[in-house]
Design a protein. Structure first.
Length: 551
């Protein structure tokens, strides 16, 4: 009877997977078409191909283009992919071509790589749903050698060691619970027995793990300009425009490229741990032989199709994510249904939690622990308060170190600009608060906001020497001080959407300041948001302040 039930369940799993992948296919095709239409309307600029060697081109362009830019070129009134700029010197750039082309393009445009969509579509086509199955569980825990992991992380490691071939394991890693430590310690241990792949949707998540491992033992696929400074010593793709420009003949260039390729292949073959983004895994021209394990970090933010790039290379897969953080960026309703972590969670009975939080002051993380994680997140961090070089002259109550989590009532109004919003009063208050922090010797500050329009407005304010970004771009980061500008004063459904607001308030280690107009709470629907819950949380702690420009 049990076998029959399992077979029936497996059939339903396969049916659900195929249906979900077909929906994702349609969304990816629609997004690719939309981006292609947008590219056609962008500024075009001329360029000349100075030299082509193998998969690389050296171009002289009409204007400067930064490394990391993807170039398209025009032919027959259409935009075709050309390649990524991997190095630049003035208007001369080196490009790693996306495809081998015999044409000699003359008109270029900055473009997103639609190749990333093509790769995801190819992965969907190539995926065999029978090739993976959820962790079957183990009656006896596998022995875990002594290490620096806590009890939650050790249980996840024990389950990892118990995986059978073609099984996947799910580990929920809320903010500050040491998921990077878990992956790095597991990689050190497992790397002695077999090869390990560390991959994720973003470069930052991969870098966070690789920087904790020894160069040589761990290597990093990806051009250095995409990597954090701490990880560049692990990089295996280091070819630069300077090297090619110092050539003596075309034969020298060919030999340089051949030697670089031999070096990369050798380093990849010898390394015990290889780090690469999911799309780099799918697009790399170098052989990635089967790994014993793949760790897919930030799997909640990756699409199902992206995650397949990690699954296809490994015998055993560990997906680490948090369904209470942001889902993939897709132009559709309910993008979380296409999150790799969320989807594979629906196929498994076994999910392991990392439950101890180490990042933020207990009063800061206490909000998410109560309102988002239902008590499963346990603050283990000690009281972590700011210390000033001098006493603040303005905004004293707001900046008070003994009030780690505050709500600031700002009587501004939202403005809609095209498809985004901004709030000039909130921007001015942000600037004043950040300036006072800087004058008092506090510099590890981020201002984050849900809206691109507010980000651009804040960046336009002179001498605001702090990091400014959207919530979506700041996921996975942390700062001593975080100022959150909510912007919205009418409909709070986007600015305080559950996952987005949770990401925003869990970035701060020592001080969290949330700016919002409480008049929005007069609407019943806005009193159902996490922003309102945070307002009540701060009020219970006598940490709600009204802000005038004199503090």
């Amino acid at each position: 009877m049990k076998v029959a039930r399992n077979n029936e369940r497996n059939e339903k799993m396969l049916e659900m997977l195929e249906e979900r992948l077909e929906k994702l296919r349609k969304i990816l095709l629609a997004e690719k078409s939309r981006i292609e239409r947008e590219i056609l309307s962008r500024e075009r600029f001329s360029g000349e191909v100075l030299e082509e060697v193998g998969d690389f081109s050296i171009l002289k362009l009409e204007r400067k283009v930064e490394p990391g830019t993807f170039l398209g070129y025009f032919s027959d009134s259409k935009v075709h992919p050309y390649g990524f700029v991997v190095d630049s010197s003035g208007k001369v750039v080196m490009v790693k071509k996306a495809v081998s082309e015999s044409e000699n393009p003359e008109i270029f445009v900055e473009a997103e790589s639609t190749t990333l969509y093509d790769v995801q579509l190819e992965l969907i086509d190539a995926f065999d749903p029978n090739s993976v199955k959820p962790f079957s569980g183990s009656e006896n825990e596998t022995f875990v050698p002594k290490n620096e992991l806590d009890e939650w992380q050790s249980k996840a490691l024990s389950a990892t060691l118990s995986l059978n071939d073609r099984e996947f394991l799910l580990v929920v890693g809320p903010p500050g619970t040491g998921k990077t430590r878990f992956i790095s310690v597991a990689s050190k241990l497992l790397g002695r027995k077999g090869r390990i792949l560390v991959t994720a949707h973003t470069n930052r998540a991969v870098d966070n793990v690789i920087e904790k491992l020894e160069p040589g033992f761990a290597v990093r696929l990806g051009y250095p300009f995409k990597l954090s400074p701490e990880v560049r010593k692990h990089a295996v793709e280091t070819l630069s425009l300077k090297i090619l420009s110092e050539r003596r003949s075309a034969g020298d260039v060919v030999e340089i490229l051949k030697e670089a390729e031999r070096r990369v292949r050798k380093l990849l073959a010898e390394a015990k741990v290889v780090g690469a983004t999911l799309m780099k895994c799918a697009l790399t021209p170098y052989p990635l032989h089967e790994f014993e394990y793949a760790f897919v970090d930030e799997a909640s933010q990756a699409t199902i199709a992206e995650a397949l790039a990690g699954l296809m290379y490994a015998k055993k897969v560990v997906l680490v994510g948090d369904p209470n953080q942001l889902p993939p960026v897709l132009s559709c309703r309910n993008p979380e249904q296409f999150s790799a972590f969320n989807f594979f969670s629906s196929l498994s009975d076994h999910t392991f939690w990392l439950g101890n939080h180490y990042r933020s002051d207990p009063e800061i993380i206490g909000f998410s622990a109560k309102y988002v994680y239902g008590g499963k997140l346990i603050p283990k961090s000690q009281k972590n308060r700011l210390t000033f070089d001098k006493t603040p002259e303005r905004f004293r109550k707001i900046l008070d170190p003994e009030k780690p989590a505050v709500f600031v009532a700002v009587r501004g109004e939202e403005e809609r600009i095209n498809s985004t919003k901004l709030n000039r009063t909130e921007a001015a208050v942000c600037a004043g608060i950040c300036s006072e922090f800087l004058e008092c010797g506090i510099s590890d500050i981020a201002v984050i906001t849900p809206y691109l329009g507010q980000k651009k407005l804040l960046e336009s304010i002179g001498k605001l020497e702090v990091e400014i970004n959207t919530v979506d771009a700041f996921q996975g980061r942390e700062k001593d001080v975080v100022v959150f500008s909510s912007v919205s004063t009418r409909d709070l459904s986007f600015s305080s959407e559950r996952r987005r607001f949770n990401v925003a308030v869990t970035r701060a280690k020592k001080k969290l300041i949330v700016l919002a107009n409480p008049s929005a709470f007069r609407l019943r629907k806005n009193r159902k948001t996490l922003l309102y819950s945070y307002f009540l949380y701060a009020r219970e702690r006598n940490a709600v302040f009204s802000c005038g420009f004199n503090g």
